[in-house]
Ligand binder design. Structure first.
Ligand SMILES: Cc1cc2nc3c(=O)[nH]c(=O)nc-3n(C[C@H](O)[C@H](O)[C@H](O)COP(=O)(O)O)c2cc1C
Length: 467
């Protein structure tokens, strides 16, 4: 999970060179309205191209002179009526971010939809589809319902998942009055790429999709090794990563399922041409690189943090560790040790507990004393009394920190009393640092191939698979 590190500016550069440019869906309901609030002309003009007037008016009410210009951005809530405005903002925000990544070229753009950010899964997919997104990459959970979600949205149907598999969270979205079936008629059928970290989930997901959704098959699996940046899958023994967690333990077995595979987070040369050739030699279609791009000038990381990480990398002092407790999701999280950030235990301990952004909220149904059931939303980084009062367990709260706030600060959205948190994969400590995204793509594909891809895209010619 990074917020706005894989931003539209970065994805725009990589997509026009023939790679799949991927934006992150995390935090967009706050990020895009803040851009609008600051008068960002590109964001405002892209918002105006959104095809449903109500959504446009609501987002633009945050623009200078607008009725909500000084108001806070709403968090999503379980009540379908009270949460509807936040959901509409999430939809149009995803639309604006994808549209910006697609601006001015004919390359391919995907969006990474984090399943653990359960409440924004449906709105992010809807907004991205309306922007003509080419691919969904879904991790931090097993995206069992993905083909159904995409299909229902394309048919303009209401969506209800109780719960969204693997999240415990009940999610709903009513788009029946939007006419989405007409709006989406001419948009491309997106590629579906689940991001998974073991054989069992790949097999289960493939079987489930085929059985439930008329033979649906993932376009490809992204197999993400535990050295990747952001969240990692739980180690098998729940304590530390060992050999059985390594991609080598399941890569060949997954290949046998007959679905193309991309590899992430397993780069002995930091995510370079040699890594691409190595994995292609083993049968992969390609690689998904994150950390090297996070350190380029086009990434959304606050420039002072990026510079410090690059400096530490050059000095050989870049320290990246796996924190098993920090993330409210319960997944291990890669943390870069850096002064003044949440990586320092004293700073973490001094942070106010709160849940005022709400992207990682998970739902739970509890019984009132009168026996009736109601739904509450919980995050183990919220104030402890609220967490306990809503049926949470004290042991879940230990060592947790508010990732939503820290990651938005890391992307330059400052907030009083909040500090940043830098995440990178282990490969960031290895590879040669290039400061422009174009150079990183050229380094992986070769400058000749990148230039040829760019030319072919401009001429609407097909581009060959990365080689
Ligand atoms: C800063 C950063 C943020 C990331 N955030 C996400 C995320 O939100 N969702 C996700 O599925 N993967 C995320 N990842 C993992 C990447 O998608 C990718 O799989 C990984 O970075 C590839 O390996 P590498 O880190 O060795 O380049 C993130 C990686 C980095 C470096």
């Amino acid at each position: 999970m990074g917020a706005y590190i894989s931003c539209s500016r970065l994805a725009n550069v990589t997509a026009r060179l023939g790679a799949l440019g991927v934006v992150s869906s995390v935090g967009l309901r706050h990020i895009i309205p803040e851009q609008i609030r600051s008068g960002d002309e590109v964001a405002i003009s892209l918002a105006r191209t959104f095809p449903i007037a109500r959504y446009v008016e609501e987002l633009l009410s945050y623009a200078p002179g607008g009725s909500r210009h000084k108001r806070a951005i709403p968090i999503d809530v379980p009540d379908p009526i009270k949460g509807a405005f936040a959901k509409r903002l999430s939809v149009i925000s995803a639309y604006v971010e994808v549209a910006r990544a697609k601006l001015g070229h004919r390359g391919f753009v995907g969006i990474n939809v984090m399943w653990k950010c359960s409440l924004t899964v449906l709105p992010s997919i809807y907004g991205a589809l309306l922007a003509g997104v080419d691919a969904f990459l879904c991790g931090a959970g097993v995206p069992m319902e993905l083909p159904d979600i995409v299909g229902r949205i394309r048919r303009g149907q209401r969506l209800d998942y109780e719960p969204l598999t693997g999240t415990g969270t009940h999610v709903h979205m009513d788009i029946s009055e939007d006419g989405a079936e007409n709006l989406l008629r001419d948009t491309p059928e997106p590629s579906l790429l689940p991001i998974l970290s073991n054989f069992a989930f790949c097999k289960r997901l493939l079987d489930t999709w085929q059985k439930r959704y008329e033979g649906a098959t993932p376009t490809a699996f992204v197999l993400e090794n535990h050295a990747a940046g952001g969240h990692n899958a739980q180690p098998r023994d729940k304590v530390a990563f060992g050999e059985s967690d390594d991609i080598d333990a399941y890569f060949d077995k997954v290949l046998e399922l007959g679905v193309p595979v991309y590899v992430a987070g397993a780069f002995t040369e930091g995510g370079s041409r040699n890594d691409l050739l190595y994995w292609q030699g083993r049968g992969a279609q390609g690689i998904q690189v994150g950390s090297r791009f996070a350190l380029t000038d086009e990434s959304g990381m606050r420039s002072d943090l990026r510079d410090r990480a690059v400096e530490a990398q050059a000095e050989g002092t870049l320290e990246i560790r796996t924190d098993p407790r920090l993330s409210p999701t319960g997944f291990p999280f890669k943390v870069v040790s850096m002064k003044g950030t949440l990586s320092e235990p004293e700073i973490q301990a001094s942070q106010r507990r709160a849940c005022d952004l709400g992207y990682l909220l998970q739902s739970k149904r509890i019984q009132r004393p009168d026996g009736t059931e109601h739904e509450v939303y919980l995050c183990p980084a919220m104030p402890i009394h609220t967490y306990l009062a809503n049926g949470g367990a004290i042991e879940d709260t230990e060592g947790r920190a508010c990732l939503c706030n820290a990651l938005l600060v890391t992307a330059g959205f400052e907030k009083e009393g909040r500090v940043p948190l830098v995440t990178l994969g282990e490969s960031a400590a290895v590879g040669p640092v290039k400061r422009s995204a174009r150079e990183v793509v050229e380094d992986i594909l070769t400058p000749e191939r990148a230039a040829d891809n760019e030319r072919r895209l401009a001429l609407r010619e097909p581009i060959p698979v990365a080689s």
